[in-house]
Write a new protein. Sequence first.
Length: 335
Amino acid sequence: MLDIIRMVLLFFMPYLFISGSGKIKKQKNAHQGTQNRDYLDDLSNQQEQSAQEENDSDSEDHQNQQEQPALAAKEPCIYYTWAKIKKGHREYTFTLFDKEIVLSVIRADITKEKVDAIVNAANPYLQHAGGVAQVISNAAGGYELMCECTALPTLKKEKWGQEIKCEVGGAVRTSAYKLQGNGVKIIVHAVAPESTSDGDKMQLLKKAYKSSLREIRDYNASSYGVQNPVQSVAFPALGIGIFGLPKKESTHVAINTIINDLIGKESTSDVRFIIYDNDMVEEKKVFQLYNNVIKEKLEKLNEKTIEKIQRVEILKQLKREAKQESKKYIQSHIE
């Protein structure tokens, strides 16, 4: 009998041991599973928090990108190229805020340019009796243009009876009359200072350029301008010539004022500087001077762009390295 009981125990003992050890293993695995779930929950919470911080960071980056135009107005991102179109014609093209802008320097007759607006080098009385003003007036149809200028409000009268229609540094606009056949919508009459004018002549010249661009923006904001906006404008060399201002300083004022205005405000995308002089030698000198100043200005802006891109790339690299270190830290804790 005892032999039979011993044989039964020996037969079933392995099964009892396996069953017991299985229960212990299941309990142990269950305990470890609970610990793992707690750890994974904590890890998931950490990852969610990290993702939320990253989303907040991305949101801030997106907000900064939306605010970028205001910052870029101080540090514009500009890459430029230039091309020789033909003899006496250079074009400088650059992209600003996803908008392509073309600056041109051309030796030509300003009245032959197919542009939306022409700037006239006028005097305060808007009497177009000499220089480029007379050329523009004759091409537009002298009598009609003169009648509109005469009808403009008088700001004040001089002692000798002449009526001032526009102050020095100011600008007014009129119809283009016969020049409309070339596509010209308006003529902007800008009054630059003369060598004998009172006050800071370069500041007044800068004001004349800014006033001209403001007149164009005002026209574009009008009911008619919204339908037919001015996208291209031709400037003469204001202040140079019969006005007697120094060429080098006047050129720097012209280029800096125009480019800075294009950077800071919504403006035209095609600006042409028309150089014309009866003295061919002087005309060539001024033409070269304008080209040199434009290149100098755009190259400085280009250097700022490169510096800015380098700073951005460094920040991106630091961010990538920080993310990699964060991943390594999490992986080491999981293991």
